[in-house]
Design a protein around this ligand. Structure first.
Ligand SMILES: Nc1nc2c(ncn2[C@@H]2O[C@H](COP(=O)(O)OP(=O)(O)OP(=O)(O)O)[C@@H](O)[C@H]2O)c(=O)[nH]1
Ligand SMILES: [Mg+2]
Length: 696
């Protein structure tokens, strides 16, 4: 691909709810711009931006993908992002490379849960945005209704710059409210409209909408306001410039029409990208750190080269592929840059412009452009690479903690050996995953944003790396504790020929507040137990506590005071006192009202209000306690505390209860007593388990 100047580059992300048509729109733009020789379809699994095998199999986007193309004199780096809520952390991360975003809406469904989420991301990154009302060829779609919903949710500064001609099946034209011309399309055609005057039947509506647009654009600009009051309108060039400025400053959010799968409106959208959306040079500054100081910084062509890494992919053939945005200067092929985090020197051999999975070689990437390079040694997502060692370091996004974890185990010994290498590659690519070992249950856990998220990893392990694994719900890390106090003796005495063994201690056990774990106090006066044997008593107790008393779970939140005992000059030893401590502990547990503790999770569900009542009563059924509620628009947030054991299958239940329109997040909060009914079952199950282990 040829080299483009910063001012001719547009980095545009397509964002929106799952299934709204982002990948289809990318496909239609690529075809109309001549970057592909036919119109590729999401349903056929052959699009440029859904190339990953899991995406093809599932017919949805899982990670962001890039495709660069040129249109007139502009180079567009299109970033197609996932819309399903469990994959949205990737979308948010990809937005660090964008200078503007198109929010895609389904012309039937209008505003959906993820529409609001991605809108918040765009606000967070201060990205200029426009709305694209897609699927206007569908039955029961309505541009008017969706526009009203957009304005109600996002405000009056969202204004149409297009009007549809025809609706549903007969939708085949678009009126451009800037130039006041009409364009007729052939459904399934080349995406280039035939220009004509506005049909008489649409004249009145178009004039009204044009005036509303003109007024809105003029409002923020004195010169334009003067022209508007003087002539009652704005010259088309002035209108475009004014609109461009207003979009850049996030004062206006244009609304456009489209039917991506039948390729209606692609050429108007392409013109909008190049004429109205900002170049990287016009983007608002982003925060960075330079010489220890927080600064903000724009794209700077005149400085030495620096790039920010916003994405890493594990390609089965090319290995690690690093996607970056040039933040300053120009990066030439084969440049040597140093990584500001690890200090490693990296050679950027064969830099490329990404086009889905294809890497198109390029000689140079100028400030603001996006590129990819394979085989960097130590560079990861979020890193800054540059030539000078005092350059600004840009900030990557943080990823949320996983909301769900599964126990993962290899199917065979052979799989086990390769599992962690394969997983480490997948984790590099997707930073919202976590892989760790639970120190208590000793299981390996894989955490992600949802069940499907973890399942994608399992499937990828098999398809890409030939590693087969099994998933299980993680074991619940129960704990044991005491509710009462007890003072008991622990005495160990054994006479076997020569040396005997003798240890004897008196201990008091009592509960500690939740989370204080363990405390040991030596309260011996007058040497009833010699000083050097006291640590052995403690060790005996700690080891016994690790093994549990009721059901094999570690005992926690208790205090032990050793206050008396006796010893034997010859037969006493550390081992004997350790065993005495152990006996004392077990005897104390017996009397001190032992109890089971269970982890309680902090859960937050976001759902359309219509399901709120149902979801709250569902929490009651799960022994949960509602701790708060928030209403935002049509979305209800419910916060609750629920035992972990009741949440294992929540994801599936939530999907079926809300038709997939709600999302949730949970994390550990605290431990609390298990009610006796459940405790009995857990203890009985543990007895079976421990019994089996003994037999093995
Ligand atoms: N009728 C109609 N269907 C469309 C249109 N655009 C997309 N679709 C269909 O909508 C479905 C989803 O399209 P995608 O392009 O995969 O949607 P997406 O927004 O990329 O979905 P995610 O990547 O999962 O977020 C597919 O079946 C498309 O054929 C359209 O303009 N009209
Ligand atoms: Mg998609």
């Amino acid at each position: 691909m040829k080299v483009f100047d910063s001012s001719d580059i547009r980095n545009v992300a397509l964002i929106g709810h799952g299934h709204s048509g982002k990948t289809s729109l990318a496909s239609s733009l690529l075809f109309t711009a001549g970057a592909t020789d036919r119109h590729l379809k999401a349903d056929e699994g052959n699009t440029i931006t859904d190339f990953d095998e899991e995406e093809v199999a599932r017919k949805l986007s899982i990670t962001s993908a890039l495709a660069a193309f040129s249109w007139q004199k502009t180079k567009v780096n299109l970033i197609d992002t996932p819309g399903y809520n469990i994959f949205l952390s990737d979308t948010r991360s990809a937005l660090t490379a964008a200078d503007a975003a198109l929010v895609i809406l389904d012309g039937v469904a209008g505003i959906e849960v993820s529409t609001e989420k991605v809108w918040q991301f765009a606000e967070e990154f201060k990205l200029p945005c426009a709305f694209v009302v897609n699927k206007l060829d569908r039955e029961r779609s309505s541009f008017e209704r969706v526009v009203a919903a957009i304005q109600e949710t996002f405000g009056r500064t969202a204004v149409p710059i297009h009007l549809p001609v025809g609706s549903e099946k007969s939708f085949a034209g678009i009126i451009d409210l800037i130039r006041m011309r009409s364009y007729a399309y052939k459904p399934g055609g080349d995406g280039k409209g035939k220009e004509s005057d506005i049909p008489g039947s649409e004249q009145e509506a178009a004039t009204k909408a044009h005036e509303a647009l003109v007024e809105m654009v003029a409002e923020g600009n004195d010169e334009l306001l003067e022209e508007f009051f003087g002539t009652g309108s704005l010259a088309p060039d002035h209108l475009i410039n004014g609109l461009q400025q207003a979009v850049r400053e996030r004062r206006i959010f244009p609304i456009l029409c489209s039917a991506a799968s039948s390729n209606i409106g692609a050429d108007l959208l392409l013109s909008f990208l190049s004429e109205v959306l900002p170049s990287p040079l016009q983007r608002s500054e982003v925060s960075a750190v330079q010489n220890g100081n927080e600064i903000t910084k724009g794209i700077t062509p005149k400085e030495p080269p620096a790039v920010f890494v916003f994405k890493t992919a594990a390609d089965p053939f090319a290995g690690r592929v690093t996607y970056f945005k040039v933040m300053s200067g120009a990066v030439k092929d084969d440049a040597h840059l140093s990584n500001m985090r690890s200090n490693a020197s990296e050679r950027l051999a064969h830099i490329a412009t990404p086009f889905g999975k294809t890497m198109q070689p390029i000689a140079e990437l100028r400030a603001g452009d996006i590129g990819a390079v394979a085989k960097l040694k130590e560079t990861l997502t979020g890193d800054t690479l540059c030539e000078k060692n005092n350059c600004a370091v840009f900030r990557g996004v943080e990823f949320p903690e996983p909301s769900i974890a599964y126990a993962i185990s290899a199917k065979t010994r052979n799989d086990e050996d390769r599992l962690s290498t394969a997983l480490s590659k997948i984790l590099e690519e997707d930073r919202s995953l976590r892989f760790y070992r639970d120190p208590q249950t000793k299981e390996f856990l894989l955490g992600g944003n949802g069940q499907q998220h973890v399942e994608v990893v399992v499937s990828r392990l098999k398809r890409r790396y030939g590693v087969e694994v099994e998933l299980k719900a993680p074991k619940i890390p129960y704990r044991e504790t005491v509710r009462g106090t007890a003072s008991v003796q622990g005495r160990h005495k054994k006479q076997t020929g020569g040396h005997g063994q003798f240890g004897d201690c008196w201990i008091k056990i009592e509960p500690l507040p939740r989370g204080e774990k363990f405390q040991f106090v030596n309260d011996i006066f007058g040497g009833a137990i010699p000083r050097n044997f006291i640590p052995a008593v403690e060790k005996g107790i700690v080891e016994a506590a690790e093994q549990g008393f009721l059901a094999g779970y570690p005992v926690t939140d208790f205090k032990v005071t050793v206050f008396d005992g006796s010893y034997h000059d010859v037969d006493s030893s550390e081992m004997a006192f350790k065993l005495a401590g152990r006996k004392a502990f077990r005897a104390a547990m017996q009397q001190a009202k032992p109890a089971l503790l269970e982890p309680i999770m902090k859960v937050e569900v976001e759902s359309p209000t219509e399901f709120a009542g149902d979801l709250m009563s569902d929490f009651n059924g799960r022994r949960g306690r509602i701790s708060g509620m928030d209403l935002k628009g049509n979305m209800q947030t419910i916060r609750a505390q629920v035992p972990m054991s009741e949440m294992l299958n929540y994801q599936n239940d939530l999907i079926s209860k809300t038709q997939g329109r709600a999302s949730f997040h949970m994390e550990f909060d605290h431990y609390d007593y298990v009610p006796s009914l459940q405790a009995e079952k857990i203890i009985a199950a543990a007895k079976d388990r421990l019994h089996l282990e003994e037999e093995e």
